[in-house]
Design a protein around this ligand. Sequence first.
Ligand code: ADP
Ligand code: FDM
Ligand code: MG
Length: 213
Amino acid sequence: MGSIKRGALIVIEGVDRSGKSTQCKKLVEALQKKDISAKLMSFPDRTTLTGKLIDDYLKNEENKLNDRAIHLLYSANRWENVEKMKSLLDKGVTLIVDRYSYSGIVFSAVKKVMSLDWCKCPESGLPKPDLVFLLTLEEQEMLKRPGFGNERYENKTFQRNVANMYETLCNEEDNWIKVNAAGSIDEVHSKLLQACLKGLEKFQTAPLKSLFF
Ligand code: ADP
Ligand code: FDM
Ligand code: MG
């Protein structure tokens, strides 16, 4: 009996309103249409115990949770999901993930309270994505998109720092693809789908790695 190939772990990152959630959903649908088993996951997963604390922190400005504490909660929120992720990947399900460790590192490191290395530490050992898409968007375009400004972190200066910190991480690894998110939803989608399909066979036949910082 031939063994089932594992699923691929594909992450989409980028500044707020760059289209991550839109593109993740479309990617899952497109893969499923091609009979490729795929599932959407997103972080923070607001349904879990830590997710509920994170949700309150994001929505409520009065919430003064310590910067290190919230950082560790975000990381714990991923660790809470690690068995589920590995089990799905083992079963051959490709996971399309809306934000992951890189959001965790970037959003905390730009606060300049903790060092970049400190922010990376709790992510070590989590499954390493086969591919990370970084959706880039000019500031003026980002501000035009609906919904900007509703939650903590959704302000111009913070997002500018976030964009710069993403660039730093993108340059540290060779499995990132930068995609200009200013095109139409369909244009961006076809670039992402093409890159996913191109790498899929390679990802599925290589052992899953772990993040190591
Ligand atoms: P994110 O998850 O990165 O914050 P969303 O996918 O929620 O971004 O998209 C933010 C808003 O921008 C939504 O209203 C969405 O419909 C819109 N949008 C997403 N992609 C595009 C695009 N390529 N062009 C124009 N509007 C877009
Ligand atoms: N965020 C997200 C973090 O600060 N750390 C993390 O580890 C993750 C996954 O939470 F402002 C921030 C990024 C963003 C917010 O927003 C979640 P969305 O709209 O649910 O992606
Ligand atoms: Mg989103």
